[in-house]
Design a protein around this ligand. Structure first.
Ligand SMILES: [Zn+2]
Length: 409
């Protein structure tokens, strides 16, 4: 679909969008987005061409330096905020101060899940309308959308906001341990947080996210010769296998709670009954009460042992809070749909089992919307891509959201 052709805009859709936003107001934003698109693609290529796996300080700071330079050109005051726990790289916090009322936090992350050398193997390329490369969608596209939106606002000389902040995080892919306090502080300082993770398939945004946690199970047994005297041993791997199977049942499909054992370790020599084994399970839930329930049931369940003389310990660690669907988020989503409707387009709403930085913003009870970057697919794989044609409509959406939220008292 071509967006320059506003005559093609569904009149009914436009009429239904309230408050009405006139064609002549839509056009300058779209024109600016179209004009900036070629440079945005170049910038995108530049970002994807730098390996910046979480923990790669050099790569992350190289991405940060390019972004910071662009942000300074736009008139932002840019702070480099070192990570907590001495993790790699500096977070970028770019602040724009305007003359209006609303305070809006935009977030994207610079780190990827890919190891150094991935770019050389799979350089940025566009094929059949899709852009490929390590982190192309997750979340280099988000950095591009955030920065280009700020460029559009600057071009249009729009300053009707109290504050717009762009946070570029360094360690989202490993749970934002190094920037959690920063994200929570910034989210509290702003009225609303818009997270620029990839748009969902079917042209959607993300309005809820499951919270996440980890169950760690540790079993202590007793070593013995596996051939000569197995009966003297207490097999930690056998007990762990039993625990893994029974603890998997802490999942509750009706409530959307999942418990998946993903890492198992035990034993290192074939002829020794192992005296130690451990396993990690990934836990997700739609409502935070489910974490309480899992934690409670976990303690009760491990008492049921296969091998009486083994020692079993299990803990639940909560990683990301739940981003619940609530009235505030519904209102934001309705606004986003109305704005997308100005282009004659329909914005789908959905949720995700994956946690993200928006979960941390939601965790401090601030209205938060996610999935506002370009449409993407297959994150964390070498088949990852982003839909290039979704750039302009997503730039329009974010620009208009900042405009409406900026004015808002
Ligand atoms: Zn990711």
């Amino acid at each position: 679909m071509r967006f320059g052709k506003l005559a093609a805009l569904g009149f009914a859709a436009w009429l239904l969008s309230t408050p009405a936003f006139a064609d002549e107001q839509v056009k300058p934003i779209l024109d600016s987005a179209e004009k900036l698109k070629p440079d945005a693609i170049k910038f995108w290529e530049q970002l994807v061409s730098i390996d910046s796996g979480t923990g790669d300080a050099q790569g992350i700071n190289a991405v940060g330096a390019i972004a910071a330079e662009e942000l300074k050109k736009l008139g932002a005051s840019v702070d480099l905020v070192p990570n907590e726990h001495a993790l790699a790289g500096d977070n970028i916090v770019a602040t724009f101060t305007g003359t209006g009322q609303g305070k809006i936090l935009l977030m994207a992350h610079m780190d990827t899940v890919f190891a150094k050398g991935s770019v050389a193997k799979r350089p940025f390329r566009i094929e059949g309308g899709r852009a490929y490369g390590p982190g192309v969608s997750d979340d280099k596209a988000g950095v591009v959308i955030g920065l280009t939106t700020l460029k559009i606002l600057k071009e249009l000389n729009f300053k009707d906001y109290a504050r717009v902040t762009l946070l570029l995080n360094t360690n989202e892919e490993t749970g934002s341990r190094g920037s959690r306090t920063l994200i929570e502080r910034l989210a509290k300082e702003h009225d609303v947080t818009l997270n620029l993770e990839g748009g969902r398939a079917g042209d959607g945004i993300t309005i809820w996210r499951k919270g996440s946690g980890t169950i760690k199970v540790e079993v202590k047994g007793r070593a013995s010769h596996a051939g000569a005297s197995p009966e003297l041993g207490r097999n930690a791997v056998m007990e762990l296998a039993h625990q893994v199977l029974q603890l998997s049942k802490l999942a509750d499909e009706t409530k959307g709670t999942t418990v998946n054992f993903t890492v198992v370790k035990g034993g290192d020599r074939k002829n020794v009954i192992p005296d130690y084994a451990e396993a990690d399970a990934d836990v997700r839930a739609v409502v935070s009460e489910e974490f309480d329930r899992v934690e409670h049931d976990l303690a009760a369940t491990i008492k049921n042992k296969l091998i009486a003389d083994t020692e079993v310990k299990a803990t639940l660690t909560r990683t990301f809070p739940v981003m619940p669907q609530n009235a505030q988020i519904d209102a934001l989503a309705t606004m986003a749909q109305r704005i997308y409707g100005e282009l004659g387009k329909t914005l789908a709403l959905g949720g995700s089992g994956g946690a993200a930085d928006s979960s941390l913003a939601a965790g401090v009870f601030k209205p938060t919307l996610d999935g506002l970057s370009m449409i993407g697919a297959n994150p964390h794989t070498d088949r990852e891509y982003a839909v290039v044609d979704s750039m302009v409509p997503r730039l329009y959406l974010l620009t208009r959201m900042v405009m409406e939220l900026g004015r808002k008292p």
